[in-house]
Design a protein around this ligand. Structure first.
Ligand SMILES: Nc1ncnc2c1ncn2[C@@H]1O[C@H](COP(=O)(O)OP(=O)(O)OP(=O)(O)O)[C@@H](O)[C@H]1O
Ligand SMILES: [Mg+2]
Length: 339
């Protein structure tokens, strides 16, 4: 097949040749790894990196006449909230592409809107309140403290630290002000869910949804309290910090059968409720009495080699190339069914 790999890039003026050089040099970027996998599987690949000019995307891709576009864009203008722009353009151009459409990207990015949709569909989500930039906090919300305060529309644990857990109204006000100032966007305060931290990757489209082996973030039990057992920015990305704190991402420790079935059912339900497509990752918390809570959905999850989702695929016997090929097949079959 002819597959165009599209992505956002800081490298202004680079073309397919420049990007192919990076692929050959095995530079660690998801778009390069995806391109390498596609080429290894025999596809004809064009890499289209967009710095700040969307007409470049349209011109290059249309000229190439791909059978499919592999969307690797994580944002636009360095803003992850604008990740929906790429699929919106592809949609407008009548192109076939992998992954979730703008509606699903927009609703799941907004951690308040997605929770409303999920609770309508009977998926258990923490109680929450949102604070827009102009809102005044005059009285405590009718929620059970401690609360967990985060930016409404970020990802990769931006703005998430130990101080995100607040035990009283004064600290809530402080943390909300901090989010408003640092991120220039609304804040969401959610009831704190104490439990195991699970990442559930789902691939496919109904009726062929598949849950990949669940990944768990584990913490050194002796050294942390429940409020410290959270996936802060450091817990996710700072390798020395992870080592110091005994934090690791492993395949989930044993999960009771009843909970495992619930996770599967609820994640598939959430996938449909949020209009997720082809592949996504759901962040779930599992309490000690086996209640399953969906914390958030990632409509455009990280699919880099050696990271949670690719590792989960590998566990089922798909190496990285096979995993990427599988996503191509899933998207192609979806379009065939829609035709
Ligand atoms: N209501 C909550 N109760 C307990 N822990 C929470 C809650 N909300 C968030 N957390 C903790 O903070 C982490 C990050 O939250 P969340 O997944 O909403 O942020 P994100 O930045 O979108 O993450 P991602 O890297 O998945 O994009 C969660 O994985 C969990 O450990
Ligand atoms: Mg998350």
């Amino acid at each position: 097949m002819k597959v165009a790999v599209v992505f956002d890039t800081p490298n202004d003026g680079w073309d397919d040749d420049d990007f192919k050089r990076e692929v050959a040099a095995e530079v660690e970027e998801p778009e390069y790894e995806v391109a390498e996998a596609l080429m290894a599987k025999g596809h004809t690949v064009l890499l289209v990196g967009v710095h700040d000019d969307l007409t470049h995307l349209i011109e290059r891709v249309q000229q190439f006449e791909p059978d499919l576009v592999f969307n690797c864009a994580e944002g636009f203008h360095g803003d992850s909230r604008l990740d929906y722009v790429f699929p919106a353009v592809l949609e407008a151009e009548g192109l076939r592409y992998t992954g979730t459409a703008p509606i699903g990207l927009l609703t799941s990015r907004n951690k308040g809107m997605s929770k409303k949709l999920l609770s309508y569909h009977g998926v258990r989500v923490p109680g929450f309140v949102t604070y827009r930039l102009t809102d005044r906090l005059t009285s405590p919300p009718e929620l059970q403290f401690p609360l967990f305060v985060k930016p409404l529309q970020e990802d990769a644990s931006a703005g998430i630290a130990m101080a995100s857990v607040v035990h009283d109204f004064d600290h809530l006000k402080e943390r909300v002000a901090h989010i408003h100032e640092s991120f220039g966007q609304p804040a969401i305060a959610e009831e704190f869910i104490e439990g195991r931290e699970l990442y559930v990757s789902v691939i496919g489209n109904r009726p062929n949804l598949e849950t990949l082996p669940i990944v768990e973030m584990v913490f050194d039990k002796d050294r942390t309290s429940p409020h410290e057992r959270i996936a802060t920015k450091s817990a996710k990305w700072d390798v020395p910090y992870r080592e110091r704190k005994g934090i690791r991402n492993v395949f989930a420790r044993p999960i009771a059968q009843v909970a495992a079935e619930q996770i599967d059912t609820l994640c598939h339900l959430a996938y449909r409720a949020l209009w997720l497509r082809d592949y996504a990752r759901l962040d779930v918390r599992l309490t000690s009495d086996n209640q399953v809570w969906v914390i958030e959905a990632n409509a455009n999850p990280f699919i880099s080699f050696g990271h949670d989702m690719a590792n989960a695929a590998e566990k089922t016997g798909m190496d990285y190339y096979a995993f990427i090929e599988r996503l191509v097949t899933i998207a192609t079959e979806r379009y065939a069914l829609e035709a």
